[in-house]
Design a protein around this ligand. Structure first.
Ligand code: ZN
Length: 125
């Protein structure tokens, strides 16, 4: 089994709904996201997936949410923009982009850091 991971950062604001405490107020984070991709076979160049492709796919997703107020962007206008839900959102968005890869790959997990010491991970069953 092979595994590759790419990390990117983004800066966005959010406000947690149904939460009693400071995080119900609008505030921002310098988030970090790590996408881990796994698969059993390598392509003809010896790669599981091209890092540049992964960065490009992540960039497409980040273009929607970087420097934004997440609560105003679907699905977070309905779904609470918690680190957990952002991780699942990344998973869903990335999964759709993996269809055309030279060898079969899948996402093992997406981890979102809200701060240096606090992270949430989404992993498919
Ligand atoms: Zn927060």
């Amino acid at each position: 089994m092979f595994e590759v991971a790419v990390e990117q950062g983004f800066a966005s604001a959010h406000a947690l709904r149904n939460y009693k405490g400071r995080c119900e107020n609008v505030h921002g984070h310098n988030w970090k996201v790590r996408v881990v991709i796994e698969g059993e076979k390598l392509d003809q160049t010896g790669m599981l997936v091209d890092f540049l492709d992964v960065k490009s796919w992540m960039g497409e997703i980040l273009d929607r949410i970087d420097h934004q107020f997440l609560n105003e962007i679907p699905p977070f206008d309905v779904v609470n923009p918690s680190a957990e839900n952002i991780a699942e959102y990344f998973y869903q968005q990335m999964t759709g982009r993996l269809d055309g890869t030279p060898v079969p790959v899948r996402i093992r997990e997406v981890k979102i850091w809200e701060t240096e010491i606090q992270s949430a991970t989404y992993r498919p069953k």
